[in-house]
Ligand binder design. Structure first.
Ligand SMILES: *Cc1c(COP(=O)(O)O)cnc(C)c1O
Length: 530
């Protein structure tokens, strides 16, 4: 190992072409692993069941006629298969994960310990509320923190992801418009918004209209205000936006939208950049989802479980979904559902609370609530503010360290927020963002977000997060600079990277459009056909 200016880095021996092939295909601890369909067969199993003598046909004749050929392995083979595959994967516990927009940050182990306490982990959503006061108290206390941190009026805790939260917020807007007896059909979405925003608005039955971005990467205020009118239900603005910039005009935008009778939805997935520093409620926001799995460090699962509570303004709070929790002066935490909603509203809110319906079967992602509250309490209000400051500091360090090597289109727009954006301008003829991403794999990093946001050609969006030390940032910056320099110099070996990964460069389009799933025909089916 050598120490140089950009932190530690191992001496990399470039791909040795004279290295002998191994019998197994393994290269020491880099283990080759076939598909489970190639190594398993339907006659092998890790568990022996007794042959059942009674067969209840509860599906009215729809029972399986022949084996379906799922591959089986013994128990140790199964464990090895998945463990070997997992070692070919990249994880936040292995190294810096620079995916912009996704906020892949460290998940403190304390969160996990708390979520596994039997009083939280072993309860059931249908238990009588008197027996789960502690868990309901956690939901309620987290709700209070989210309201305080955002300066909003209420919060819907049940949505299970950011996009689900967007849908919840837009349904609140729809309900509020219906209560006013108005049929506004249009939602304005700036180019700098996240892609889920127009998708959500369209899914909820609105017509989506684009608002252009300015050259400095922010919403064009003049274009937006010019479009406002009696057909506009509201706007959806991502702040900080997907160019990593703070939308400075948000207050002016909110005032104009409200004056025109519309509502302001703020995509708050990037709240981690401003938590403790900015209260969206002060900027006139009516609804904003918070990704607990980004801002408050609960892990991103493979598509879930995330959690996307939506904070709501005084105008929208009455329409938030069931169920919700409320603590009364006697300390009891109520769970308000369909059967007690009207009575609870009449008793405590003068009948003004009229929920639009329900987003989920039960209370939301309890495990994520426990993790997020643990994170909040272990940081405290001052610690959360520092989280945002450090995230912004780290992103600006990356931006300023690399702007001499990579084109940084908004470097002149002032400091970035929690993520730094670069483009493919200035690379050698024939080289593009994908080559830099693949080169980073050889350097042992997960690539950054590429070709997003769409407003920047060949975009590279880097979000280091606040949990990276200067040493790890320097190592990443050194790697990215080295790969970028190779792309600028037209180093042809970069075009075939990665060279050291378990698989080389794949045809991603073909892999997505025409996947080849190796699947052996079950012997029993083949026999039956003969
Ligand atoms: C991640 C993200 C979303 C979507 O959140 P999910 O939890 O993945 O549904 C929406 N907007 C922005 C800006 C995001 O970064």
């Amino acid at each position: 190992m050598t120490i140089n200016q950009s932190g530690w880095r191992p001496e990399i021996t470039p791909g040795k072409t004279d290295a002998p092939a191994t019998f197994t295909g393994n290269r020491a601890l880099m283990l080759e692993e076939p598909l489970i369909f190639e190594i398993g067969d339907e006659r092998t199993t890790g568990v022996d069941f007794a042959d059942g003598d009674v067969h209840h046909d509860r599906l009215g004749g729809l029972t399986r006629k022949a084996p379906i050929g799922l591959p089986g392995l013994s128990e140790p083979e199964t464990v090895r298969h998945y463990t070997r595959l997992s070692r070919q994967n990249y994880a936040i516990d292995l190294g810096l994960f620079p995916l912009g927009s996704c906020t892949m940050k460290h998940n403190p182990r304390l969160n996990e310990k708390m979520a596994r306490l039997p009083g939280f982990a072993d309860i059931h959503p249908l238990q009588p509320v008197d027996t789960v006061q502690g868990a309901l108290g956690v939901i309620n206390e987290l709700a209070m923190w989210l309201i305080r941190l955002t300066g909003m009026h209420g919060v819907a805790m049940t949505p299970k992801a950011g996009a689900h939260g967007e849908l919840c917020g837009i349904l609140c807007i729809k309900a509020a418009l219906e209560a006013r007896g108005e049929k506004r059909r249009v939602i304005l979405v700036p180019e700098s918004a996240h892609g889920t925003n127009p998708a959500t608005a369209a899914f909820a039955g609105f017509q989506v209209e684009d608002i252009p971005a300015t050259a400095e990467g922010r919403v064009d205020l003049a274009a937006l205000t010019a479009r406002l009118g009696p057909d506009v239900a509201g706007v959806m603005i991502t702040n900080p936006n997907t160019c990593g910039l703070f939308e400075r005009d948000l207050k002016a935008i909110s005032d104009a939208v409200h004056a025109a009778g519309g509502y302001v939805y703020c995509d708050g997935a990037n709240f981690n950049a401003i938590v403790g520093r900015v209260r969206p409620g002060d900027l006139g926001v009516d609804a904003m989802h918070i990704n607990l799995h980004k801002t408050f460090s609960t892990p991103h699962g493979g598509g879930g479980p995330g959690s996307g509570p939506v904070v709501l303004s005084a105008a929208l709070s009455p329409f938030g979904p069931l169920p919700y929790t409320a603590r009364t002066a006697d300390g009891h935490v109520h769970l308000v559902e369909e059967d007690n909603a009207d009575a609870f509203s009449a008793e405590h809110y003068d009948g003004a609370v009229t929920p639009f319906g329900r987003m989920t079967a039960f209370h939301g992602q309890m495990g994520m609530f426990t993790r997020a509250l643990t994170y909040i309490l272990s940081h405290g209000a001052d610690g959360l503010k520092q989280v945002a400051e450090d995230a912004v500091l780290n992103a600006n360090y990356v931006l300023r360290s690399l702007e001499d090597t990579l084109d940084a289109p908004f470097a002149g727009s002032g400091p970035c927020m929690h993520e730094a954006i670069f483009s493919d301008a200035g690379l050698a003829q024939g080289f593009s963002t994908i080559d830099i991403a693949k080169g980073l794999i050889d350097e042992g990093f997960h690539p950054m977000t590429v070709y997003f946001p769409l407003v920047v050609h060949g975009a590279m969006l880097v979000e280091p997060t606040e949990t990276e030390s200067k040493a790890s940032l320097d190592q990443f910056i050194g790697a990215l600079r080295s790969v970028a320099q190779r792309a600028r110099a037209g180093d042809e070996t970069l075009k075939t990277a990665p060279h050291f990964a378990p698989r080389a460069r794949l045809d991603e389009t073909l892999a997505a459009r025409r996947p080849v799933l190796v699947w052996k025909e079950p012997a029993a089916v083949a026999e039956a056909a003969e």
